[in-house]
Design a protein around this ligand. Structure first.
Ligand SMILES: Nc1ncnc2c1ncn2[C@@H]1O[C@H](COP(=O)(O)OP(=O)(O)OP(=O)(O)O)[C@@H](O)[C@H]1O
Length: 664
């Protein structure tokens, strides 16, 4: 390092010390203000807010206060960090990565420098000490040198434990998506490792920063399974965002008992959007208008309500299929208003207290409940699946006779409580429950692995969201029989306008591995463009033929034991138990990743659970057995191959699947 560079480094280190001092002083000021406010009675709200702000400014030294700097367009350099820091004069010392000024750090490029003359990225040691920087001069004539070394080092830093944030190294194509306005519902199609999950989570953090209303309504992140949700759930808290709820698809329709399995054919039918029509028809078939007069005896004098009046008062609620609980409440309000008008016409002047009593009156409540009887979604579904005539009426013109036959249970359960529900049934119950009382809604929803969701699952998620969502996925990684099948079909079920954006550069997967994975695309998703890789890692791909793959695996893992890299062995689902035992017999512990708080050095991952995960070194064990898993076999293999950050070893004993053999 030249003496000039050393001097610069020292100056940056001092700036970091200064930033820490400013942060501490701001926090001390806030705590002092909170102390003073506490002495004033009635200022509890201000105290809570000041304490919350002070908590946010706690200097825990978990991550560096800034990670980058831009020179220009401001007279002073701008330092970019995970949160804002200002000095005693309230001048910014570090600006939050989500501000418009910070966008230039991510977006400025040679050719389009956006008035930035230089981008600087900082390198830090594990203890938080600033140890290096990397400069990129930006002028209209400069040429892009590809990913900076610090970005590559960040991507290749050993991956053990849950996913971490990428705030220091977000790439321009990703930043565009992160900062798209809240009103847009986005569908992000991207190949493996293009950063979809990371982008979705950073978008949530960005939107929470930009829109205070989201802080009240919150953000929901939905992932495919518990394993995956645990893997990603620490990213947003690390970015200081706690108003986010993470749920797996199963948790969304919380069930106490484990769902019962069912055939792919039945599950796909139950996930079909037409089922929503059938359920609505079944539920609304229960709506009955009265045929006789009702006498409201709680008013003085009595008021008689004719069936025709009830029809007039509830007509629009029925026509618009207003959710049952709400419709009933509206009708009670309307009947009460009707009673008031009747009494006034007859020369009486009922007080507000009289009217409140009438709104609570038994006769009025019973009348509303006779139009919209109390519905138990489980009872509706049990009746529907146990009674061919009932199902026939609800599904008329919607489902074929054969489809109706598929839905019917061979025998009805002894009681509703004894009914056994599949995962798809749980979404039908959720659909029915929403016709009675819509669920609480979040300001924005991020849906990961959206390519795998059924139309009914998409509906369930979208009704939990106020107006916009971010869907992330890769059609080539689609592995569920109930999936909508294309982004166009997905868009149809969202209920809001949406647009599809593409990410095509993989930051995770090295070039040689991407090439092999791309060779499967013509068979699994010919409509998609091949992924390109931003990184070349010499020796990233190794293919080993072996007489006994388990023996070879033991040997390979023993050699890896001393190395800090995470290792994930992806294998056919039905090989999991046998291989785990074989490894245990050899004294090697391996289990599902993130299974418990103690992370295993070696993860053993059934191919059907590998989606979304990643490891420094991936071993794909016996690919020929993974592809044998039915029509999704090739997709599972595509997913397995692309979990690698630095190395992929394919251990096979039989013939390699044709596409792999050709691409070697
Ligand atoms: N800009 C970036 N800087 C550093 N790391 C990145 C960047 N973009 C992506 N990564 C890393 O690449 C890996 C893949 O990211 P992510 O899981 O978000 O991709 P994905 O598109 O969801 O992949 P998949 O489809 O395989 O699940 C992660 O480790 C992520 O941290």
């Amino acid at each position: 390092m030249s003496s000039h560079a050393e001097e610069e480094l020292r100056a940056e280190q001092q700036y970091l010390v200064h930033a820490h001092a400013c942060l501490r002083s701001s926090r001390a000021q806030l705590l002092e203000l909170a102390e003073r406010a506490r002495a004033r009675p009635g200022d509890e709200e201000a105290v809570a807010w000041l304490e919350w702000r002070a908590e946010q400014l706690r200097d825990e030294n978990k991550s560096p206060l800034f990670f980058g700097r831009i020179d220009g367009p401001e007279p002073r350099p701008c330092y970019i960090g995970r949160r804002h820091v200002s000095d005693e004069q309230d001048e910014p010392v570090v600006i939050d990565w989500r501000t418009p000024m910070a966008a230039r750090f991510y977006r400025a490029s040679p050719g389009q420098p956006m008035e930035v003359t230089r981008r600087r990225r900082f390198g830090f040691a594990a203890d938080g000490a600033l140890t290096s920087f990397d400069d990129e001069p930006l002028t209209e004539n400069s040429v892009s040198a590809g990913l900076s070394e610090l970005v590559i080092a960040e991507i290749e830093r050993t991956h053990v434990g849950p996913m971490r944030d990428i705030v220091a190294t977000i790439q321009p194509d990703q930043d565009e998506i992160v900062r798209t306005e809240l009103a847009s519902t986005l569908i992000v199609q991207g190949g493996p490792g293009t950063g979809k999950t990371a982008v979705g989570l950073h978008r949530a953090a960005y939107l929470l920063f930009e829109h205070t209303k989201l802080r009240r309504s919150g953000v929901l992140v939905v992932g495919p399974n518990d394993l995956f949700v645990r893997y990603i759930s620490r990213v947003l808290p690390a970015l200081g965002e706690s108003q986010v709820v993470h749920l797996s698809v199963d948790e969304l329709v919380a069930a106490k008992r484990k769902p019962v399995p069912e055939t792919a054919e039945v599950a796909a039918l139950k996930g079909d959007a037409r089922m929503a029509q059938v359920l609505a028809a079944a539920l609304w078939a229960g709506v009955r208008l009265p045929t006789e007069d009702t006498v409201v005896r709680e008013s003085s004098p009595y008021v008689r309500i004719h069936p025709e009046t009830v029809r007039e008062l509830s007509e629009d609620l029925v026509a618009q299929r207003v959710p049952v609980a709400r419709a009933r409440a509206h009708l009670i309000e309307r009947i009460t208003a009707h009673v008031r008008r009747e009494l006034e016409t007859r020369g009486h002047a009922p007080s507000d207290a009289d009217m409140r009593r009438i709104a609570r009156a038994k006769s009025v409540r019973e009348l509303a409940a006779s139009v919209w009887p109390t519905v138990n979604p489980a009872q509706v579904l049990v009746d529907l699946f146990s009674d061919a005539d009932l199902l026939g009426r609800a599904a008329e013109g919607v489902l074929t006779a054969e489809e109706q036959r598929l839905l019917l249970w061979p025998s009805a359960p002894a009681s509703v409580g004894r009914a056994k529900w599949s995962l798809a049934d749980r979404f039908l119950l959720d659909e029915l429950a929403s016709l009675v009382e819509p669920p609480t809604r979040f300001g924005h929803v991020v849906i990961d692995e959206a390519q795998d969701l059924s139309p009914l699952q998409l509906r369930a998620i979208m009704r939990r969201c106020v107006d916009s969502a971010t869907l992330l996925g890769d059609m080539a990684q689609r592995t569920t029989p109930w999936a909508a099948g294309s982004w166009r079909a997905v868009a149809e079920h969202l209920g809001v306008p949406s647009r599809v954006l593409q990410l095509t550069t993989s930051y995770r997967v090295p070039r040689d591995i991407v090439r092999v994975a791309n060779s499967l695309l013509p068979e699994i998703s010919p409509e998609l463009p091949p992924t390109v890789s931003g990184r070349h890692v010499p020796g990233a791909l190794e293919v080993q033929a072996s007489e006994d793959t388990a023996d070879s695996l033991v040997e390979l893992l023993r050699a890896a034991e001393q190395h800090p890299d995470s290792v994930g062995v992806v294998l056919a689902d039905d090989r999991f138990t046998a291989v785990r035992r074989r490894l245990a017999a050899a004294g090697i512990t391996a289990g599902l990743p993130h299974e418990d708080e103690a992370e295993h050095k070696f993860s053993l991952v059934p191919a059907s659970l590998a989606k979304g995960l990643e490891f420094d070194h991936v071993v794909v064990l016996e690919p020929e057995l993974i592809t044998a898993a039915g029509q999704d076999g090739l997709r599972l293999l595509y997913i397995a191959l692309t979990r690698a950050i630095s190395r992929l070893t394919i251990l096979h004993t039989g013939e390699l699947p044709a596409a792999l053999a050709a691409a070697r």
